[in-house]
Ligand binder design. Structure first.
Ligand code: PGA
Length: 257
């Protein structure tokens, strides 16, 4: 049951190679003392091999922001799990709300990708979360629980351990808006996700799964969010783009929030 805290940078569609190099070079010495925290950088495909190379002998995991579940073939513009493994990626974000909302990814597609990531040996960070309209209509849990259940329509939890998958609760209205969920809202949703995982896959599995919060995390609010019982870490967009502010978040998580 000893879940480790995690801080993950989601660079989204940002950074040229040179900027990625400068960032990693600056970040590594700043987070040297944060052994207790798992750190990941989800880089654009173009920077990924370089981030892998620069983080090779460090605790930082380099990951991708997306992939397609087929291994090869006529899927113009897509990148497969074997391709990610080939460049040394260790993790991948699956079903980010920007993928769901802008690129039309369905629950079924997200589930299929989750299954493939795990079978390939990539750690998937599966994102779920409601829109503002859904929250205002009192439908947060309808939406989030349906997204979580959909994953397990294709994923057989009895064949994996809770450490093989990460969930991220990212309310869409809090992403990139500066409007953060209150720590209590984050705990409420994440606690319910963990309970649901327990129902679906058993208490042991639910106790092992790392569940992150994402949505306008910054150095000023990270401590309160990390202090919540079921919140194991953060998936950070805007505040991860500067090495110094991401290092502050990593070091904050290392202190136990
Ligand atoms: P944000 O993005 O920190 O900029 O809100 C989080 C995310 O989309 O993962």
């Amino acid at each position: 049951m000893a879940r480790r805290p995690m801080m993950a940078a989601n660079w989204k569609m940002n950074k040229l190679l040179r900027e990625a190099r400068d960032y990693v070079e600056q970040l590594l010495p700043l987070i040297e003392g944060s052994e207790g925290v798992d750190v990941a950088i989800f880089a654009p495909f173009t920077c990924l091999p370089e981030v892998v190379r620069m983080t090779r002998d460090t605790p930082v995991v380099a990951g991708a922001q997306n992939f397609y579940y087929e291994d090869s073939g006529a899927f113009t513009g897509e990148v497969s799990a074997p391709m990610l493994l080939d460049v040394g990626a260790g993790a991948v974000i699956v079903g980010h709300s920007e993928r769901r909302e802008i690129f039309g990814e369905t629950d079924a597609l997200v589930a299929h990708k989750t299954v493939r990531a795990i079978s390939a040996g990539l750690l998937p960070v599966v994102c779920v979360g409601e829109t503002k309209e859904e929250r205002d209509a009192g439908k947060m849990w309808d939406k989030v629980s349906a997204q979580v259940r959909a994953v397990f329509e294709q994923l057989d939890a009895s064949k994996i351990s809770g450490e093989d998958v990460i969930f991220a609760y990212e309310p869409v209205w809090a992403i990139g808006t500066g409007e953060t969920a209150t720590p209590e809202d984050a705990q409420d949703a994440i606690g319910r996700i963990r309970d649901l995982l327990g129902e679906i896959s058993g208490e042991e599995f639910a106790g092992e799964v790392c569940i992150l919060y994402g949505g306008s995390i910054k150095p000023e609010n990270v401590d309160d969010i990390m202090a919540q019982r079921d919140v194991d870490g953060g998936l950070v967009g805007g505040a991860s783009l500067e090495a110094e502010s991401f290092a502050e978040l990593v070091n904050g998580a290392a202190k136990g929030g």
